[in-house]
Ligand binder design. Structure first.
Ligand code: PEP
Ligand code: MN
Length: 248
């Protein structure tokens, strides 16, 4: 377990789009021994006309990845927005993600414990963009009461709405550091916390400097073509440089 928690770093696209998209990300992570890859099948989108994720169709891509990389080599991080989606992702995901919009979806939080098994490394609970640290920790308690072992909960700070930041979001390191006092591991998502690619790596480096437990970074083989969150996606090369310079 300790080994897993020494490397709580996650990379990959905002949404799983195609085998062609995810293959170079997986290959880069494998070269550096990074295990966690974002393979998001379901996307909670503000605009109902935006791409909603490949859904169950994306499993075909996960099957191909699984033929190439063993379950200990490459571990899938998937978000569920409903109990139905939990059922779909549970057999595939090593990390079940509860996103910012669902931090207080209490029925979903209660259901996670029914799906968790030995195959899951942890549940990633993101802070809602208008929620306090106290509310975040209460949501973590829902997971625990539903049957998720405390040791399998990792918190993720992804920034709050801002009236003043030029990108409309501000990453709250103080909230992350405060949450860490609870004993949970806390990682930072500098991608949603920045909303612009140029700020992602500086914020990721700051997170590590502050002693936080890892980062989750969105990267894409062709960032400008990303079907979701294109402005905050960094290149695979930038992600690789960061891994080489900061995670080794
Ligand atoms: C994500 O990480 O894929 C995501 C949707 O982020 P958030 O829930 O923080 O908006
Ligand atoms: Mn995204």
């Amino acid at each position: 377990m300790e080994d897993k928690f020494n490397s709580l770093n996650i990379f990959g696209p905002c949404s799983l789009e195609s085998l062609e998209q995810i293959t170079p990300v997986a290959a880069m992570l494998k070269r550096h021994g990074v295990k966690y890859i974002r393979t998001q099948l379901f996307k909670p989108r503000t605009n109902p006309d935006s791409f909603q994720g490949l859904g169950k169709d994306g499993i075909k891509i996960l099957e191909v990845l699984r033929q190439t990389y063993g379950p200990e080599e490459l571990k899938f991080v998937c978000e569920a927005c409903s109990t139905e989606q939990l059922e779909v992702i549970a057999p595939w995901a090593s990390v079940m993600q509860i996103g910012a919009r669902n931090m207080q979806n209490f029925e979903l939080l209660k259901a996670v414990g029914k799906h968790i098994s030995e195959t899951h490394d942890f549940v990633l609970l993101k802070r809602g963009f208008a929620n306090t640290v106290e509310e975040w920790l209460e949501s973590a308690r829902y997971l625990v009461q539903g049957g998720v072992p405390k040791s399998k909960i990792v918190l993720c700070e992804r920034g709050t709405r801002s009236l003043t930041s030029p990108t409309g979001v501000q990453l709250d390191f103080i909230a992350a550091m405060e949450a860490k006092k609870s004993g949970f591991k806390v990682i930072i998502d500098p991608s949603h916390g920045a909303k612009r690619s140029e700020f992602v790596i500086p914020l990721a480096k700051a997170s590590l400097q502050l002693g936080l437990d890892g980062v989750m970074i969105e990267c894409h083989p062709r960032p400008s073509e990303s079907v979701s969150d294109a402005k905050q996606a960094i290149t695979i090369e930038s992600a690789e440089d960061f891994i080489k310079s900061s995670l080794k």
